[in-house]
Design a protein around this ligand. Structure first.
Ligand code: A3P
Length: 287
């Protein structure tokens, strides 16, 4: 299989061809959003799984039933994935919870009319790169990353799953109607998980006692989520994800890029970042 065959290109954005087929993408395109839907939006490897744990716990008032019994991809399904068609999402009661890795400009027409609540999670792209490099090596539906230096160029050029990190982040930061979007970073969640849970709860209009917030934060700690079979992908078949190569919940830290990139690679990354992000006013935690 050639590298090009690994991807299906949807409105200019490459996506794994194994997970995204035309009927699934048509379903996504025609999906009918409700204004009280909650959508977790991320560039892959930025903290999706983590937020798929936090948000259901907030919405259930801390009741762990759904995170203990439903795999995260059913609990908070990815709308653009083939599987969504078979989950009867139309029947789910409000407020529904979904995830997507899609860029702002390829969201379906109904999204722009309904204006559901969006939690946009960002992460230092050097750590996204590092996490991706390990993930591409363990997931059979991803292109083998090859040598790190080659993968670095592909990543920076957006020739990877879900395209350019820069375009993704800039697109969502420039979104219209920002009052329905909450921006938060992986780094803020690492720095103060309790505060992050409280802020997300406030954005979702869920009033929770301090003990409940504490309980949710505890449940969502890396070491605890790693034990949750419904969140650590241990139920995914090994031919799909080979966690002997790299665990899905791998390290869960900030700054692992320092262990991964050479000094020259990090400098090159910074130069590309500086150029591509020069017009962005948003103050990132990692800058
Ligand atoms: P690492 O590979 O750096 O460890 P996504 O869910 O968007 O694919 O992102 C996966 C990354 O989030 C992985 O990063 C994973 O370990 C990390 N992650 C998942 N749950 C986490 C948690 N509770 N705390 C910290 N990091 C977490």
């Amino acid at each position: 299989m050639t590298e090009a065959e690994f991807y299906t290109v949807y409105k200019g954005v490459p996506m794994s061809a194994r997970l995204h087929h035309p009927p699934g993408l048509k379903y996504f395109e025609e999906f009918s959003f409700r204004s009280d839907d909650i959508i977790i939006v991320t560039y892959p490897k930025s903290g999706t799984t983590w937020t798929q744990e936090i948000v259901p716990l907030i919405m259930s008032g801390g009741d762990p039933a759904s995170v203990e019994t439903l795999p995260n991809w059913r609990r908070v399904p990815w709308l653009e994935m083939d599987e969504s068609q078979s989950l009867n999402l139309e029947e789910r009661p409000s407020p529904r919870m979904f995830a997507t890795h899609c860029h702002y400009n390829i969201m379906p027409p109904s999204f722009f009319k309904a204006k559901p609540k969006v939690i946009y999670v960002m992460r230092n792209p050097k750590d996204v790169f590092t996490s991706s490099f390990h993930y591409y090596g363990m997931a059979s539906f991803m292109v083998n990353p090859g040598p790190q230096s080659e993968f670095l160029h592909k990543f920076l050029d957006g020739k990877v799953n879900f395209g350019s990190w820069f375009d993704h982040v800039k697109g969502w930061l420039n979104a219209e109607d920002k009052e329905h979007i909450m921006y938060i970073s992986y780094e803020e969640m690492i720095m103060d998980l309790k505060d992050s849970v409280a802020r997300i709860a406030q954005f979702l209009d869920k009033s929770l006692d301090a003990e409940v917030i504490e309980k949710i934060a505890e449940c969502c700690l890396f070491k605890n989520m790693k034990q949750n079979k419904m969140s650590n992908y241990s139920t995914a078949p090994p031919e799909f994800m080979d966690q002997t190569k790299s665990e899905f919940l791998r390290k869960g830290i900030v700054g692992d890029w320092k262990n991964q990139l050479t000094v020259a690679e990090a400098e090159y990354f910074d130069a590309v970042y500086k150029d591509k992000m020069k017009d962005v006013k948003y103050k990132f935690v990692w800058d």
